[in-house]
Design a protein around this ligand. Structure first.
Ligand code: NAD
Length: 261
């Protein structure tokens, strides 16, 4: 329970990796603000269960983070609700898959707004109070696609490379302030975001979801297993610990060897 008394905001935590990170932070003792879309009743039930399981305060804010105002409002309300914001996990993200010449402009704008600009706005809004308090942890959820490219993911790959760059800039600006900034770069994690891609591939290739899952892993990762949201959560908790106090500005791969090749 290394994070007792710390206050965390995890964007996009009603699903997938964000939920895994929120659970891991709560298990480590942090109060957590959840964010993301979902059925309000269901989200509230999970919020209550999480608070009860680990004896921490868990809030929920459904802010849409595709605008600067949306992100600023979320950070402000979290700081007001908890009194401070010590851990910011910029995780919310979306995907769109199409060749560049067919890539809808509106989808480019949406992916860049959420996957890249929201990370900038989150850091921009959270940094002043973290700096003032002399302690903070920012974990940006980038991707293996922050380090290498794949076809048909131009907006996602551009955004994630941008997140890795922005993480490095923030780390330099915050060196010696007590605030560290790192980027987590997962390979395949079986979440709704990836399940949708697998289903689309199965439909296009006339194969089964099980066959496409194996093919997807084998195409990119020497190690043929999905990373779990829980494992990403444990990595985030480690980055918040004293053991990681000199780790900053790092893109940290957790990708089954994807980017080792
Ligand atoms: P997911 O679809 O399961 O979850 C996305 C979350 O973001 C949900 O809570 C959703 O409600 C929220 N969200 C979507 N649009 C939003 C908006 N406009 N405002 C606020 N919240 C919004 O996806 P995931 O796989 O858990 O992805 C989480 C992050 O991890 C993303 O940044 C993604 O790029 C990254 N990532 C995922 C994988 C993977 O294999 N799944 C790999 C590398 C990186």
């Amino acid at each position: 329970m290394t994070l007792i008394g710390r206050h965390a905001l995890v964007t996009g935590s009603t699903s997938g990796i964000g939920w895994g990170v929120a659970r891991a932070l709560a298990r480590a003792g942090a109060d957590v603000m959840l964010n993301g879309f979902g059925d309000p009743g269901e989200v509230d039930e999970r919020r209550r269960a999480l608070a009860e399981e680990f004896g921490v305060t868990v809030g929920y804010d459904p802010a849409d983070l595709s605008s600067a105002e949306g992100v600023a409002g979320l950070v402000e309300r979290t700081q007001t609700a908890f009194g401070s914001l010590d851990v910011l996990v910029n995780n919310a993200g979306i995907q769109h898959v199409a060749p560049i010449e067919e890539f809808p402009v509106e989808r480019w704008d949406a992916v860049i707004a959420l996957n890249l600009s929201a990370v900038f706005h989150g850091m921009r809004c959270a940094i002043p109070r973290m700096r003032e308090r002399g302690w903070g942890r920012i974990v940006n959820v980038a991707s293996a696609h922050g380090l290498v490219a794949s076809t048909h993911k131009v907006a996602y790959v551009a955004a994630k490379h941008g997140v890795v760059g922005a993480t490095k800039v923030a780390a330099l600006e915050l060196a010696n302030s007590g605030v560290t900034v790192n980027a987590v770069c997962p390979g395949w994690v079986l979440t709704p975001l990836v399940e949708r891609q697998i289903a689309e591939r199965a439909a296009a290739n006339g194969t089964t979801v099980a066959e496409e899952s194996v093919a997807l892993l084998a195409e990119k990762q020497p190690l043929h297993a999905f990373t779990t949201p829980e494992q990403i959560g444990d990595l985030a908790v480690f980055l918040c610990s004293d053991a990681a106090s000199t780790m900053t500005g790092a893109p940290i791969s957790i990708d089954g060897g994807w980017t080792a090749q």
